[in-house]
Design a protein around this ligand. Sequence first.
Ligand code: PGA
Length: 310
Amino acid sequence: MPATLHQLKVFETTARHGSFTKAAEELSITQPTVSGQVKQLTQTIGMPLFEHIGRKLYLTEAGEELLATCQEIFERLDNFEMKLAALQGAKRGQLRLGVITTTKYFVPRILGEFCQDYPDIDVSLQVINHQQLHDRMADNLDDLYILSNLPDDLDVHAQAFLDNPLVVVARADHPLAHQKNLPLSVLDGADFVTREMGSGTRLAVEKLLAEHDVSVQVRLELGSNEAIKQAIAGGLGISVLSRHTLITEPPHGELTVLDVEHFPIQRHWYVAYLAGKQLSVIAQAFLEFMVRSSQKTLENSGRRSLALQP
Ligand code: PGA
């Protein structure tokens, strides 16, 4: 007897959670039904799909292969449903986005506008650092990604749509504020607040400093751009942040941008998706909408502020 779609769904859910109980919860069926379905599927396939080691459930090699196949099948079915819905003019479906931390000043606004046209879609938005985003990409968990450092080890389609420069941020009363053309060596030994490991911002700064043999004095490591801004305002040191993080700052507020040689570090935001991915109708529509409206939204959200200087 061939495997049924239902059995594949039960298997995929179990494999994703690594647990019969959690799969039963998600699918609103009983745990014995889950194990019964997996057992039948195992018999049909003729090879074990899971192994129990201790109290944990692991996928066998055949299980891994089947999981990848199931994910492809369900993704295609989801897309088919969305295409059908689009044909019927219903504009329903899911949009899964993975974006780096600095886009949080911009993507939610764009999403808000987009959802006025697509009020019935379900959106999931993960705002994370580059390393976490690359991990999600490798697992094919989202439709679209917005990031600055493209992964070396994955085949992706990427379109650059806005600049994402990194600037040196200091407290407004910093002795070097308002000075022009400072050499990079002013950062040597400077008290510095850094982002966490896995951050693309941190990677770009470390690379530049290492190339020029400059080393800062790291006083604090923080996992959030907003927290870093507070630490700078609190006098803990300077930092390097995307200019976009300053967009919410008032023109003559607590922070300033230092005019240091080799800064801004020029980078872009890319919207990307995995090569070979069948973009859903909604993901495709969002991609186009975002690239079109990004310029306008940023202008409205306050480019006039500190983000423009020096
Ligand atoms: P990060 O990415 O959160 O990984 O530092 C932000 C950026 O590179 O703009």
